[in-house]
Design a protein around this ligand. Structure first.
Ligand SMILES: Nc1ncnc2c1ncn2[C@@H]1O[C@H](COP(=O)(O)OP(=O)(O)O)[C@@H](O)[C@H]1O
Ligand code: SF4
Ligand SMILES: [Mg+2]
Length: 349
């Protein structure tokens, strides 16, 4: 990893004004991605992972109110704040899909059932690259080959429904990578796949990253995938980043009680479970009804009464390259000018 900054997300907020109140789907998220780095966003369903990347890509619902900044370093040298661009304007359209590509859990949402895989790949390539139709077709065949589709010359003329789930996922990756993006955003791309196909697709993404040298923002609820895929990781809870560090520190020296609960809920090797995070006690509150104080307080086993239910812990550096938002750490107490009622205990969760 170099120190070459590609994406700098700073205090990003996405609020949805609903009849019931303002839903704070993303509530002050900050992280950075450097060139060639794989960054992970992890947390239970409803924590705001997808809304964070939808906001970055400017595909959040159009009634969403966005603030903060998303500084993107374009390949042409321009530095732009994506939150200031017109979501439908030419600059955002050439960034989205061309310089920042996205893959999802369900590939059928990125393919039209009415057109062949090849024609859709050709169209995607030609939107972002000045090549002839024939050249674009060759790029399409080459990409299908590189993502491991057998008989790519034949497959290029097939329709999405003719491919298996795993093959469709590979075709979607081919489509995303055909424009050689600087950043690939992957939102739970292997969640719907069985374990064997998931392992193949994860390996494919790692291989392609090495080959293309792109950065990846990888979103998942699955810490097992995080362990295999990413360099740095941000743990999200209730629209916030509650812990941010490198992947080794997260697994070997977790700081936040939420992270510790997530780690405990990973099943032992040999036991298969799809919903690995569901065994954290309690559930994610709706972000309209954010509790006062620490958002994790109602579920936290080591909460400090009179403090955690009253004051909101900011994300602060508590160790080398390791940030956490929790009052178990004196640096966080200091940041808000509070003291622990009975002295500070470390990492007791
Ligand atoms: N279009 C929408 N309208 C209302 N609420 C939404 C919408 N999209 C997402 N949300 C809410 O925003 C929060 C974050 O959702 P999301 O980003 O999808 O979480 P995750 O991807 O981590 O599962 C959730 O409470 C979800 O219900
Ligand atoms: S701040 Fe308090 S309630 Fe929140 S995670 Fe830390 S100990 Fe638990
Ligand atoms: Mg999601």
């Amino acid at each position: 990893m170099t120190n070459d900054l590609l994406l700098d997300v700073e205090n990003l907020k996405t609020q949805l004004p609903l009849d019931e109140g303002v839903l704070k789907a993303v509530d002050g998220v900050s992280f950075q991605i450097h060139r060639g780095e794989t960054m992970g966003l992890v947390g239970e369903s409803g924590c705001g992972k997808s809304m964070t990347v939808q906001t970055i890509m400017r595909i959040a619902p159009n009634f969403a109110e966005i603030s903060g900044s998303v500084t993107f370093h374009r390949p042409n040298g321009d530095v732009v704040d994506l939150t200031t661009l017109n979501p439908y304007g030419s600059e955002m359209r050439s960034i989205r899909g061309g310089e920042v590509a996205m893959i999802f859990q369900e590939p059928m949402t990125s393919f039209s059932p009415l057109h062949t895989i090849g024609n859709q790949l050709i169209e995607a390539v030609r939107i972002h690259r000045p090549v002839s139709k024939r050249q674009a077709r060759e790029i399409a065949v080459d990409m299908l080959d590189r993502v491991g589709l057998s008989n790519p010359r034949q497959r290029v003329d097939e329709y999405p429904h003719q491919l298996s789930g795993g093959m469709r996922q590979r075709a979607m990756i081919a489509m995303a990578l055909s424009c050689e993006p600087s950043l690939l955003i992957a939102d739970e791309p292997t969640t719907a796949l069985d374990v064997t196909v998931q392992a193949q697709v994860l390996k494919l993404m790692r291989d392609l990253q090495a080959e293309f040298g792109m950065s990846i923002l990888y979103i998942t609820h699955d810490l097992g995938v995080i362990a295999r895929m990413v360099d740095n990781v941000a743990v999200m809870y209730l629209g916030r980043v509650v812990e941010y560090t490198d992947v080794d520190s997260l697994f070997h020296n977790p700081k936040h009680p939420y992270t510790k609960a997530l780690l405990k809920s990973i099943p032992k090797i040999g036991r298969k479970s799809r919903n690995r995070l569901e065994s954290v006690q309690g559930s994610v509150p709706v972000p309209i009804n954010r509790p006062s104080g620490c958002g994790f307080f109602p579920r936290c086993q080591v909460a400090i009464k009179g403090l955690c239910d009253r004051v909101d812990p900011p994300l602060v550096q508590v160790d080398e390259r390791h940030n956490a938002a929790c009052f178990l750490y004196p640096e966080v107490l200091e940041a808000v000018g509070e003291t622990h009622p009975e002295g500070v205990s470390h990492g007791t969760a």
